[in-house]
Write a protein that binds this ligand. Structure first.
Ligand code: HEC
Length: 205
């Protein structure tokens, strides 16, 4: 993200004929200002989405360099502490609903109804079912997730945690924090976790 921002602002500065060499922070500030000037709020899609929280800022500051292990460990601990567990203690919902949620990329856009639940777009980054012809490969394949890892309570809890807040296990993950950011409801997370964990789900067939 930051590299892209820097590239954007560098172009703008060159065009303006600027002769000094601003620091990374100055580039960043200018780039954010340019982006904020270039976009406007539209419905639920607000320009404040450009603002990074402290974790995102810190992750961006490393660019494509690895995050030092002690920093990663601290960030993961902080993110793990944000996770809320299902009120009834049950991690698994309905995998059929989970499949629909995993396939849906709707939600959060200016022309989506904010009252309707969002999709999770898991397929944009992961293979989940064998039958699915189109999926992204940013994340690892989750086909046979529970078949390979086990169906027990520890893996169920891990799947819940990972979907709720992916950064609890990979400090600077590019996977959205579905629970922490309120993208999915508790029931939707249960349904998606069931998709990963149910022996009858296409993920484990
Ligand atoms: C924008 C891309 C993206 C989206 C969307 C996404 N993920 Fe991920 N996911 C990743 C990446 C990258 C990783 C590997 C790095 C990491 O662990 O965070 C990952 C890792 C995982 C893992 C850990 C796999 C393991 O072997 O331990 C699980 C489970 C997972 N994702 C489930 C999901 C589910 C379920 C959804 C939809 C609710 C989803 N992901 C949506 C990018 C994404």
């Amino acid at each position: 993200m930051k590299t892209k921002l820097i590239a954007l602002s560098a172009t703008a500065l060159l065009a303006a004929g600027c002769a000094t060499t601003p620091s990374d922070d100055e580039y960043y500030t200018k780039a954010v200002a340019l982006m904020k000037a270039g976009f406007k709020d539209r419905g639920q899609a607000k320009v404040d989405r450009i603002d990074q929280d402290s974790l995102q800022k810190l992750c961006s500051s490393y660019g494509s360099n690895p995050v030092p292990p002690d920093v990663a460990e601290r960030l993961q601990k902080e993110q793990l502490a944000t996770i809320k567990y299902p009120a009834d203690g049950k991690y698994l919902g309905d995998w059929k609903s989970g499949e629909k949620i995993a396939q849906s990329g709707r939600g959060g856009q200016y022309n989506d109804d904010p009252k309707q639940p969002s999709g999770a777009n898991c397929y944009a980054c992961h293979q989940l079912a064998k039958e699915e012809v189109s999926y992204g490969t940013i994340g690892p394949s989750l086909y046979h997730f529970a078949k390979l890892r086990g169906y027990g309570p520890d893996i169920q809890k891990y799947a819940w945690n990972k979907v709720y807040n992916s950064h609890a296990f990979a400090a600077c993950s590019s996977m959205p924090r579905f629970g922490y950011r309120g993208i999915l409801t508790e029931q939707q997370i249960k349904d998606v976790v069931a998709l990963l964990m149910d022996p009858n789900s296409p993920v484990n067939k």
